[in-house]
Design a protein around this ligand. Structure first.
Ligand SMILES: OC[C@H]1O[C@H](O[C@H]2O[C@H](CO)[C@@H](O)[C@H](O)[C@H]2O)[C@H](O)[C@@H](O)[C@@H]1O
Length: 598
């Protein structure tokens, strides 16, 4: 007994030292010695974040949208505004009274919508010539024209005030009008624009589509890549690389060679962004062959300004500053993937603080870059497009270089991401994501969980043209349980994250249905059509019910919306409009095909 008593201070001391060591090791592992790349933000964004925190304390959590505050613009110089802000009275708890804060905002800040002007697109006509020729049903034609008319509600031009004093605004000055997603997303978004453009092409709005591409090109020239969205707080990251696909789609419809010539330098720059520095990962396959794939990696390690109070709260349970900084980078990187947030990026599907986006080689990204392995599938796609473009403008050397690059990406996707037992492509977890050494492939590092993105490479020609492969993948998709009453679910994991079950998103439906259709087999075509019909019905039924298009839908039941966000009647949502019109253009709607949920 006595012996134990005398040992306890020693044991206590031992554990004390051990816990200090653990904290120290954690700190080092988080990387204060090597904090990783950061793109600094502007003084205005920093001030608006402080305002957001102050407003949260003053107004409380009910209906509080943190993004609203970083979308406000200045009426006077920042220094004058900050001086007045600092003089605001504080109550006993240290927060600014709501009344005083409202008064300050009224006097010094302009509302979030004020830096954008609603404009009618120059090429909008109420009834375009040869509109959706395959749609026979009068009800569907009438509804499609309503959806088409919603482009007018979503078209914005940057106001003259932003061009005059860009330092007063977080909105970035873009030359051409844009179609925005809508609701709280008041600015243009990168990957949304791909499906918006698909819809604009169905609506014969070629000038608006081209203008959006020229805006993205201008962002590449200024920042080196298309930004997540056109705001000063999005400069630290991009979104899934679909610019080349936008260019190819518009070119295929309009034969506009000027667009090709003007796009190519920007596409090459963007390709470099995804295939160099922190985005590039070298990995050796089981045969000892080296490959190069891409990953999402935001150059940021603070809470995202547009979600500052939420990210800060999420990180609050972490033990150290550097653990928090690491999580913030993973959050911003998940936003770069377009899928913020999803269990795809989480080590523990019930704990958002285990986000580890930068440790993953994603199938869809790499397919986008082959169009480039499937988080690896997204990157492969872009290389093919660039080769087509370079040929079209007579640049055979560039074309050849990208043909080789696309073959290399295809091989990398086959060796690292393909899983021959599941007949799916699987995201790959890097064991030591910060190492600059060549990683060694290990079968157990493939993420065996089911995500719709495991089928994304179907969207890329070298895969969709392989009949045997398509057959295996189609069976796997059919048996997966992902195809539900209202379309394809993003995953079957009910995690509460928005890019998981039960949410269905427009990009997922379209990418997979189009991939199946392009493969041309009877079964694949049937499933593609089934997905398109389910998705179109869901949009139709929800539209008739609510008068609005929604950002996402609940796939369990035809016509249910995914909730979240405010969708007023007579509003569209960019990519939902786009995919509905694109589906109707491709698949049509026979007169006898029902529109209700039976
Ligand atoms: O405000 C939080 C996040 O909002 C955006 O993400 C979501 O909306 C985008 C626009 O429709 C869409 O592109 C993205 O896939 C959605 O998850 C934004 O892109 C994020 O960066 C932002 O943190």
């Amino acid at each position: 007994m006595d012996k134990h008593k005398s040992l306890s201070p020693i044991i206590f001391f031992f554990f004390f030292i051990l816990s200090i060591m653990t904290i120290t090791v954690t700190s080092d592992a988080c990387g204060p010695k090597n904090p990783g790349p950061i793109v600094p933000t502007t003084p205005l964004v920093k001030f608006l974040v402080t305002l957001q925190e102050t407003a949260f304390r003053a107004f409380g959590p009910k209906d509080f949208d943190p993004k609203l505050y970083v979308d406000l613009s200045l009426k006077r110089n920042l220094s004058i505004t900050v001086e007045a802000f600092e003089k605001l009275p504080k109550n006993e708890s240290g927060s600014v009274p709501a009344k005083e804060l409202n008064r300050f905002m009224e006097e010094y800040l302009a509302a979030a919508e004020e830096d954008l002007v609603v404009v009618s697109p120059v090429d909008y006509v109420a009834e375009p010539e040869v509109f959706l020729p395959k749609v026979e049903s009068p009800e569907v034609r009438a509804w499609a024209l309503e959806v088409h008319s919603l482009w007018k509600n979503l078209c914005r031009k940057v106001s003259g005030r932003v061009l005059e004093k860009p330092e007063f605004h977080t909105l970035l000055p873009l030359e051409n009008p844009v179609i925005i997603p809508g609701s709280r997303f008041r600015e243009v978004y990168y990957w949304d624009s791909y499906w918006i453009i698909r819809g604009l092409l169905a609506s014969k709005m070629y000038e608006t589509a081209k203008g959006m591409v020229y805006n993205l090109i201008s962002l590449v020239h200024e920042f080196g890549y298309p930004l997540n969205g056109a705001r000063a707080y999005y400069t630290n990251r991009s979104q899934p690389p679909l610019l080349s696909s936008m260019v190819v789609q518009i070119y295929n419809t309009t034969n506009d060679e000027t667009l090709l010539t003007k796009s190519l330098p920007a596409l090459l720059k963007e390709h470099h962004f995804w295939n160099s520095g922190v985005h590039k990962v070298s990995i050796q396959d089981s045969q000892g062959l080296n490959h190069s794939l891409s990953r999402y990696y935001a150059r940021w390690n603070q809470p995202r300004p547009e979600s500052f109070i939420i990210d800060t709260e999420t990180a609050s349970k972490l033990p150290s500053k550097c653990a928090k900084e690491k999580l913030y980078r993973e959050m911003a990187s998940a936003a770069e993937s377009g899928m913020d947030f999803s269990t795809r990026w989480m080590r523990d599907e019930s704990d958002l603080t285990t986000l580890a986006t930068t440790s993953i080689l994603p199938v869809d990204l790499n397919a986008f870059i082959l169009k480039a392995r499937i988080g690896f599938m997204l990157i492969f796609l872009m290389e093919i497009d660039i080769s087509i473009l370079a040929n079209a403008i007579g640049d055979s050397v560039t074309a050849e270089r990208f043909k080789d690059a696309s073959h290399a990406r295809k091989k990398a996707i086959d060796s690292i991401l393909w899983n021959a037992e599941k007949h799916q492509w699987l995201d790959y977890w890097l064991t030591d994501p910060d190492s600059s050494e060549i990683h060694k492939w290990n079968a157990s590092n493939q993420n065996k969980k089911l995500y719709a993105s495991n089928f994304a490479p179907l969207w890329i020609e070298p895969f969709s043209s392989d009949v045997k492969l398509v057959d295996e993948v189609v069976s796997s998709l059919e048996n997966s349980g992902l195809i539900c009453a209202a379309g394809i679910a993003t995953s079957l994991i009910e995690s509460g994250q928005q890019w998981d079950f039960p949410n269905g998103w427009a990009p997922t439906q379209h990418m997979i249905a189009e991939g199946l259709l392009n493969s041309g087999t009877e079964r694949a075509t049937q499933i593609a059509r089934d997905i398109a019909i389910k998705w179109t019905k869901t949009n139709y039924v929800a539209f008739k019910e609510t008068g609005a298009m929604h950002e996402k839908y609940d796939v369990r039941e035809c016509g249910s919306t995914g909730g979240g966000g405010e969708y007023k009647p007579q509003t569209g949502f960019g990519w939902s409009n786009g995919v509905v019109l694109a589906f109707l253009e491709t698949f049509g709607w026979p007169q006898d095909l029902k529109l209700d949920c039976t």
